[in-house]
Design a binder for this molecule. Sequence first.
Ligand code: SF4
Length: 288
Amino acid sequence: MSEKRQIIRAETAGFCMGVDLALRKLDRLVSEGGQPVFTLGPIIHNPQVMSGYARQGVSVSDDIRQIPNQARVVIRAHGIPVDLEDSLLARGVKLVDATCPRVKRAQRLIQKHTAAGEHLLLLGEPDHPEVRGLLSYADQKAHVFEGLSDLRGLDLDTRNSYFLAAQTTQDRGEFNKIMEYLQGYLQTSLPVLDTICDATRQRQQEALAIAHQVELMVVVGGYNSGNTRRLAQVVDGVGVESIHIEQPGELPLEKLRSAGKIGLTAGASTPRSLIDVVYCKLLEIEGT
Ligand code: SF4
């Protein structure tokens, strides 16, 4: 006799607030019609969503020299360096700022502390677009490092005043260790900016809680989406197999048929409609 598969679906799966806002701004711009629309880099790390926008005439460019002066340009949720923004504005390009409000807040705070003469210590990935944007508000007075061991290798001039901040998606535990280390090392008061966004942590915690109750976990999202890949790693880390897919058609049906309970989660750049389709497909799989 066959029975329906039990699926535990994460409530936090799918778009975070920043991605949702950015896509709404882009949708509004596309629906207005008019001059060509560009995004500086992919607005979202999801190939299916990006192809949909390409069909509606949205172009992606990493190089501002390729963007015509009359274009309308959407700044994505990660934000952009301030000099790029200035050059686009100087050329008369219409900018639509879809920088996530949390990233915007981090940029403003960094600018404020830099103006007060402090040097930024930033926990983050040096090549990440959000980090490049944040650093641009620190007026060259910044060190970026990827963790405590990286930070220990920096030659910090203790005569400077420093402040500490993090890329929004960094791990709070690591950040707290770094803060304690710096407070001991610098022996002066260290302003600490609260810039970490809990959207990532909440998704990871829920994925972990579900992983403890299931045999297999399906993780939906772009292969190029860092936060989606990290969700799969979190699940693998507790010894539960994760299956990372971009499209419903990639579900390994045979394997899923022989599993007990199945978990389902998705990265912050995965549309709800896609998660719904995967959920329905999983429900249709019958056990034996
Ligand atoms: S993860 Fe957080 S900071 Fe990043 S875009 Fe989403 S809401 Fe904004």
